[in-house]
Design a protein around this ligand. Structure first.
Ligand code: NAD
Length: 473
């Protein structure tokens, strides 16, 4: 049993003012494996005050000094990769291959930010003016549970690269990962107050950060509903806001696609992170003429997708993070059945032979219409919908008929044709015949999937404000 009873403010581990304890579960067994003492609004204010004190000196550091800090942070987090991996498997239930990727990602984003900074020009000319990119101030960084360590490090890397100081509010459900990352970042030896980490509830610590007049910038990753609340709260002080929210991403299989390859891509895109991924390709758009073939092949392939013990290397889908999340996914499977979609794999309840843990059967519906609840709402679990389309125009119309616009996938044997379709999709990222990630490219959503971009130069500039100097040389 891990007891986590400290937060990180002003360069030191301190006991929070908040005294509520929150239980941490192993989602594979449903047993309590830890307790975390939560910070409250008082702690959030102390963290914001520390970040505010640190800002004047930190914002004047040179870019090479900050590159050096980011590299030290990278080394420190990379050195904790195994401890982070264990925490991710224990507390989140990610299958080992995914957990290893996540543990590496947490350090690699720090190095990515250092690389962006190397070639970034903070000054440029605009006509007769000199334009200086200036750090915004104290940044509030709020993360979800589905990739806590990666988001802490990624958001912090961009904020610090820009010269902002930060207050981080990680997910309260990810306190073990947060502890490993905090200890690593502390070891990197940054000046006190430059970053502060306060684990607490969203409604208290998150709300305080969103409202506080001394916070200039918010970067939030989480649900669209909470994102809207944050945007409304931030409006009072006109904070700059980056929101990375939910998705209902289409996987468009064009009629010339190799169906065997398309099936594997669709399963990997749909079930990534055990289905708990904002970018999961959850709407599979298949030409009517090839529907039966696609159904047959995906039904056969999904039988290989084991949902079970995340520590078993053969497992592709781990448990849902919490009972609440498990119940939510079950509710959507029931809604799909009730609305008349046809189950071709999986269904309600746990996988066969599994009696404990928040495991879900990998589930695929066919005969889904795009106006059904399961095609419109983000389920955040391993539940996929196959939607048949008539022709390419129809496929594009269905793909874009969603309030979301985070990511899309196009699968085709003809690269030029796939690119033409990709150009018409309303999404922040479109992946053609690949699931590869590109850390230099902007990431973020169209429509209700968010505002702004992370990663690369775009992500760095989200923490900067241009200032024009006129009458100077
Ligand atoms: P969530 O919105 O419930 O919580 C996210 C964070 O916000 C948590 O730290 C939570 O404590 C905090 N929070 C809750 N209420 C708040 C409030 N009123 N004010 C301030 N902060 C508050 O999301 P979640 O359940 O942790 O994560 C799943 C969601 O995140 C999904 O919708 C998923 O699509 C989304 N997500 C998006 C991306 C992306 O990059 N677009 C990536 C991962 C996850």
């Amino acid at each position: 049993m891990q007891i986590i009873d400290q937060i990180y403010i002003d360069g030191a581990f301190v006991t929070p003012h908040g005294d509520e304890f929150f239980e941490l579960f192993d989602p594979s067994t449903e047993t309590v494996i830890g307790r975390v003492r939560l910070a409250d609004a008082h702690d959030a204010r102390a963290a914001i005050a520390a970040a505010k004190r640190a800002f004047p000196a930190f914002s004047r550091t040179g870019k090479h000094e900050r590159i050096d800090m980011l590299k030290r942070m990278y080394e420190a987090v990379a050195a904790k990769e195994d401890a982070l991996f264990d925490a991710i498997v224990d507390e989140y239930g990610a299958p080992v291959s995914r957990a290893r990727w996540m543990a590496r990602h947490a350090s690699s984003v720090l190095l990515d930010a250092a690389n962006v900074l190397e070639s970034y020009a903070f000054e440029r000319r605009a006509g007769t003016a000199r334009v200086v990119m200036q750090p915004l101030g104290v940044a509030g960084l709020i993360t979800p549970w589905n990739s806590d360590a990666g988001f802490i490090c990624g958001k912090l890397a961009a904020a610090l690269a820009a010269g902002c100081t930060a207050v981080i509010k990680p997910s309260e459900m990810s306190a073990m990962q947060t502890r490993v990352v905090t200890e690593a970042l502390h070891a990197a030896g940054l000046p006190p107050g430059v970053f502060n980490i306060v684990t607490g509830r969203g409604e208290t610590v998150g709300a305080e950060i969103s409202a506080h007049p001394d916070v200039a910038k918010l970067s939030f990753t989480g649900s669209t509903a909470v994102g809207k609340t944050i945007l409304r709260t931030a409006a009072d002080t006109l904070k700059r806001v980056t929101l990375e929210l939910g998705g209902k991403s289409p996987m468009i299989v064009l009629d010339d696609a190799n169906v065997d390859e398309a099936v594997l891509l669709a399963l990997d895109a749909g079930f990534m992170n055990s289905g708990q991924a904002c970018i999961a390709g959850t709407r599979i758009l298949v030409p009517q003429t090839r529907l039966r073939e696609f159904e047959e092949k995906i039904t056969r392939a999904v039988a290989e997708f084991r949902s079970g013990d995340p520590r078993d290397p053969r497992t592709r889908i781990g448990p849902m993070v919490s009972r609440k999340q498990w119940e939510r996914v079950q509710r959507y499977i029931r809604i799909g059945i009730d609305e008349g979609a046809r189950l071709i794999a999986g269904g309600e309840g746990r996988p066969e032979g599994v009696n404990a843990g928040w495991f879900v059967r990998p589930t695929i519906f066919s005969d889904v219409r795009n106006d059904m609840t399961i095609a419109r709402e983000e389920i955040f679990g391993p539940v996929l919908s196959i939607i048949a389309y008539e022709d390419t125009e129809d496929a594009i119309a269905i793909a874009n008929d969603t309030p979301y616009g985070l990511q899309a996938y196009v699968c085709s044997a003809d690269a030029a044709r796939a690119e033409a379709v990709a150009s018409r999709i309303e999404a922040g990222r479109v992946l053609v015949n690949t699931l590869a990630h590109e850390p230099a490219a902007p990431f973020g959503g169209f429509k209700q999937s968010g505002i702004g971009r992370e990663y690369g130069t775009y992500g760095l500039e989200a923490f900067l404000e241009p200032k024009s100097l006129l009458g100077v040389s």
